[in-house]
Write a protein that binds this ligand. Structure first.
Ligand code: AMP
Ligand code: GLY
Length: 424
């Protein structure tokens, strides 16, 4: 089969490497791909959000199957456009991707179907939002309705901060049209868990759970980032909690989307908070997480290609999805200064990887046979081991064998998870 994967980050590198394990994956193309992905797929360059270009690429590559990985092309309707031209795809259509594309939509869905989430109000008018902020409980969580590169959530301890957040989104349009509508919600507490799931619209199969580390610096200090590292499984996510989530969150969400005439096919990501009152949904994403995918897919023992085909053809219930009992850790090496200003163009030296080690490249270009840094998050060093402590040690040992000028990483990825394990 010829397979086209849309996207060009570490997540897509992990997806491509896993797809390649199936002998049926004859040729893999990436749009745009990156300098590191080029070792595993033919990279086409261009933009992941250019829908006509994706359709043209699928035709040119004679793609038998297309995987659309990032949120923006999904929300824009890339799968609809590809399907209209007869291409089989993995990824939700536009009317289902809205579960990530509009927080107002997803909050209303949860309210209507009784799915546990933070209490909230939605505002389309600046004056009404400002009036609400004068009386709402604090801290208040102010969220831009639309996609905002993971930055559209502001936790406000004071009314003044909440007023400023509302103004920056609705008046100054700090996140463009994504902030035309805002959701203001109750602040929840508890450990966070990411659960990615496969679903064909009828059946939902959760993958191994994971824990992201969103802040740039150790001890959860510094700015929010796309994610500085991950571990899987997440020790807070016990079997009991998993069963509760299946009954109260996962199945009700899949059924709700179907009932709304928006069946969700693809990877649905549940961002959960384990609050004192039980698990609640913090956010839905219509796609694989980055860098969650980099720790979850190495634990998948079944064929990713077979599962993705089954999702696309609506036969997930009959398909084997088996995860290893082992643990994985991903340490992101980023460019100093990320998530703000940083320099790029430094030579990356990569070591040989051993068994149970992977390096997934996110921000790099190839030039004259050399791999150069080209982004904030440059790569992920991943190790799989029998236990979580060993996976963490091995991921750091691998990260320390990778070199480029300007590199930085958090030194505490997995620390909170290890503490939770000790407390059990
Ligand atoms: P989101 O983009 O919705 O995932 O939000 C980004 C991050 O903000 C989450 O991973 C949480 O750490 C935090 N967050 C979002 N909503 C809430 C909430 N209602 N209470 C506490 N923290 C939140
Ligand atoms: N790592 C968080 C996300 O992919 O949204």
């Amino acid at each position: 089969m010829n397979i086209l994967v849309v996207g060009g980050g570490g997540r897509e590198h992990a997806i491509i490497k896993k797809l390649k394990e199936d002998n049926r994956a004859k040729k893999i193309f990436a749009l745009p791909g990156n300098g590191g992905i080029a070792a595993d797929a033919a990279c086409l360059g261009g933009s992941a959000t250019d829908i006509p270009a994706a359709v043209a690429a699928a035709k040119k590559c004679a793609a038998d199957f297309v995987v659309v990985a990032p949120d923006d092309p999904l929300v824009l309707g890339m799968v609809d456009a590809l399907e209209a031209e007869g291409f089989a795809c993995f990824g939700p259509r536009k009317n289902a991707a809205i579960i990530e594309g509009s927080k107002a939509f997803s909050k209303d869905l949860m309210r209507k179907y009784g799915i546990p989430t933070a209490a909230y109000e939605t505002f389309h008018e600046l004056e009404a939002a400002l009036a609400y902020v004068e009386t709402c409980p604090l801290p208040a969580v102010v969220k831009a309705d639309g996609l905002a590169l993971g930055k559209g959530v502001l936790i406000c301890e004071t009314r003044e901060a909440a007023r400023a957040a509302v103004r920056s989104m609705m008046e100054d349009r700090a996140f463009g049209d994504s902030g035309a509508t805002v959701v203001i919600e109750e602040f929840l507490t508890g450990p966070e868990v990411s659960v990615l799931s496969f679903t064909d619209g009828e059946t939902v199969v959760p993958m191994a759970s994971s824990m992201d580390h969103k802040r740039a610096l150790d001890n959860d200090q510094g700015l929010n980032t796309g994610g500085m590292g991950t571990v899987a499984p997440n020790p807070y996510y016990t079997e009991k909690i998993a069963a509760e989530c299946m009954e109260k969150i996962f199945l009700p969400t899949i059924r709700a989307m179907k009932a709304e005439g928006r069946p969700f096919k693809g990877c649905l990501y549940f961002g959960l908070m384990l609050t004192p009152e039980g698990p609640k949904v913090i956010e839905y994403n219509c796609r694989f997480g980055d860098p969650e995918t980099q720790v979850v897919l190495p634990l998948l023992e079944s064929s990713l290609l077979e599962i993705m085909l089954a999702v696309s053809e609506g036969r997930l219930a009959e398909t084997e999805v088996r995860f290893s009992e082992r643990s994985a850790c991903c340490v992101i090496l980023a460019s100093e200064g990320y998530p703000q200003k940083y320099d790029k163009g430094f030579v990356i030296t990569l070591p040989e990887t051993g068994t149970d080690e992977q390096i997934y490249i996110a921000g790099a270009v190839e030039k004259d046979g050399k791999l150069l840094t080209n982004g904030g998050r440059v790569l992920g060093a991943v190790a799989v081991a029998e236990t979580l402590p060993n996976a963490v040690d091995r991921a750091y040992a691998l990260a320390d064998r990778i070199h480029f000028e300007n590199a930085f990483c958090r030194r505490d990825i997995g620390r909170r998870a290890l503490r939770a394990l000790e407390e059990q």
